[in-house]
Design a protein around this ligand. Structure first.
Ligand code: AMP
Ligand code: ZN
Length: 469
């Protein structure tokens, strides 16, 4: 454990040994969800990743302050300040209050996180509850001459910040010739972004506030700069988010913060997780190719089987989700839990041999959170009959502090196979339909059974089914 934690920093583009700014204390900010609808399992990957990061920091004996925001205003349908506010749009469509929608989906997201074994953040902060901090930061930017006002709102002029292109290595010249500038009338540079948007004349928004510039609402990016400063100080250690945040959201956060606070680097380490793909494309709400966690549970999978699925890929690699991969992860998880829980407490083993295994596990964790390697090592320990059972149990208990799979305590639902002539016949018919490539019929039968609370799992030995708990 002594060689330290090494993390890949998107800012410097290399793995670096992590050193907190304040001795013994790691300060981490993660961009959170926009709560206008349910989070799909792709959206949950950033939080699983951040959970592994926080656990790794804690395994180093560090105190961690983990701040996560909830975007409940200002995130437009286009990240570049065009389009409509996602929260307002959801409110209009459903006839509900934006506030109620935000509360519902925040709660659902927190519940999903907990089901997946993610510790609650130390600070959970909402954009709508930090309007004054955002206004103050915009005022600081205005005082520095970094802003300008147009009909649509108050904007940040990116040419006032010489390092603007650095994080994402943007080609601003090329952007200058691009089309984004036309989307908001009066913008000076394509990359300029809104700090404060004015409420449209004659349109009454549910969420709008007074400000020194007029009634309106904050741009999306300013909330993260303002709230991280409030809870973590003017400079902090690690900022996380999805890779899609590199060229716009995180680039803008850095510009605002470094100009307003007069610091550099504002954040030492930037960490980004890759996407989950489904059917060859990024899983996303706009493409509609999404699953939410509840869908997986309804299909008979365990929530922690999805965590196990996530652990099978490194966070910086794209991961492909499909039914087969999920079913395989579910089987892998159940097998590992059954193996762990089948171990007795007999035998301590050779301390040196155990130390070697322990060191291999933690060096995988501390090598930029190498979850696939750590998970494989846990699997080896569970199966290694050369080690006494008590020693294996001790090691797995220790490893689980990072893996978060509840290996020794999870209660697995009843074994997968049951028998019922009618259901057996339907499952057989579905299998025949699949073999005849009649997927419509096969899906129809799966849906019919799902409606009765029955899940089918396709295994190399043929389909198995069971009733959900
Ligand atoms: P959104 O609610 O769309 O702002 O997304 C919330 C977070 O989920 C962001 O950090 C995105 O980068 C991330 N995200 C969105 N789609 C995926 C995906 N398919 N796989 C992994 N992360 C994603
Ligand atoms: Zn953010």
């Amino acid at each position: 454990m002594s060689e330290g934690l090494s993390l890949y920093n998107s800012r410097t583009r290399r793995k670096e040994r992590f050193e907190p700014i304040e001795a013994g204390h790691a300060r981490v900010y993660s961009c959170g969800p926009t709560v206008y609808s349910a989070q799909h399992i792709g959206n949950l990957r950033p939080y699983l990743f951040a959970d592994l990061l926080v656990r790794a920091l804690r395994s180093q004996g560090l105190r961690v302050t983990h701040v996560v925001n909830v975007t409940d205003v200002g995130h437009l349908t286009d990240d570049a300040d065009a389009g409509e506010d996602k929260m307002e749009m959801a409110a209009q469509k459903s006839g509900r209050r934006a506030e109620d929608i935000a509360a519902e989906y925040t709660e659902q997201w927190l519940q999903d996180r907990r089901r997946l074994g993610c510790a609650d953040p130390d600070v959970l902060c909402k954009a709508t509850e930090h309007i004054s901090e955002q206004i103050e930061m915009i005022q600081a930017l205005e005082a520095k001459g970094a802003t300008y006002r147009i009909a649509d709102g108050l904007y940040f002029d990116v040419t006032t910040f010489s390092r603007y292109a650095d994080l994402a290595r943007l080609d601003l010249e090329q952007q200058q010739g691009g089309q984004r500038i036309g989307e908001v009338e009066g913008k000076r540079n394509p990359a300029d972004f809104a700090l404060w948007k004015f409420a449209e004349e004659g349109v009454r928004r549910q969420q709008e506030w007074d400000s020194p510039w007029g009634r309106g609402f904050p741009g999306w990016h300013i909330e993260c700069s303002a709230m991280s400063t409030r809870y973590l100080g003017r400079q902090f250690d690690i900022h996380t988010g999805g890779v899609d945040h590199l060229p716009v959201h995180h680039t803008n956060e850095i510009a605002q913060s470094e100009v307003a606070l007069d610091v550099h680097p504002w954040v030492n380490v930037w960490m980004h997780e890759e996407f989950i793909d489904f059917q060859g494309e990024k899983m996303s709400k706009s493409l509609g190719n999404i699953y939410v966690l509840q869908d997986l549970l309804d299909a008979g999978f365990l929530a922690l089987s999805f965590r196990y699925f996530f652990l099978q890929a490194h966070y910086r690699k794209q991961q492909t989700f499909n039914d087969e991969a999920m079913a395989a992860a579910d089987r892998g998880y159940r097998r590992l839990v059954a193996q762990a829980q089948g171990l007795s407490e007999e035998g301590k083993g050779d301390p040196e041999a155990l130390e070697g295994i322990r060191a291999a596990f933690w060096s995988a964790v501390h090598d930029d959170l190498n979850a696939p390697r750590a998970l494989a090592l846990a699997g080896q320990v569970a199966r290694d009959e050369a080690l006494p059972e008590g020693a294996r149990r001790t090691l797995l208990t220790e490893f689980d502090r990072w893996l978060g799979l509840d290996l020794l305590t999870a209660e697995l639902p009843a074994a997968i196979q049951e028998s019922d002539p009618r259901i057996d016949a339907l499952v057989a018919e579905r299998q025949a339909a699949r073999e005849a490539r009649d997927f419509a019929r096969a899906d129809e039968i799966r849906d019919l059974l799902a409606a009765e609370g029955i899940a089918i799992e396709d295994t190399p030995d043929g389909p198995l089914w069971r009733r959900n708990e």
